[in-house]
Design a protein around this ligand. Sequence first.
Ligand SMILES: [Zn+2]
Length: 124
Amino acid sequence: MDERVKELLEKAKLTATAAAEMAAETGTRLVGRTRQSLKVFDLNNEIELLMREIGRAVYLTHTGVETDEEELQAKLAAIDEKYAAIAAIKAEQEARRTAQTCPVCGKPCDKTDLYCRVCGEKLQ
Ligand SMILES: [Zn+2]
């Protein structure tokens, strides 16, 4: 058999074994990721609600109804906080996703990747 083919099959076998070993761990991690995605979903919904309330207040101001400036500022601040929380979750997800870089081609790889997805180089 061609040496390169043999090497490739060996890599595939190693990857399959590692994948099986990591299945349980991955399951646990996926639960965490789903929870984070749900958190982002909730935060976006809360932001939409606040935006709607602010929009209503702006319209009421237009019609001559007095706006509670403090309440408006509090809602704007709450939106800032929720956007910051979303950014933090996204940054954490991104950091986890690109936890290592291929030493050969320089592409970002998952922390759990054994081989580069681009060039096939062994990682770690
Ligand atoms: Zn690579």
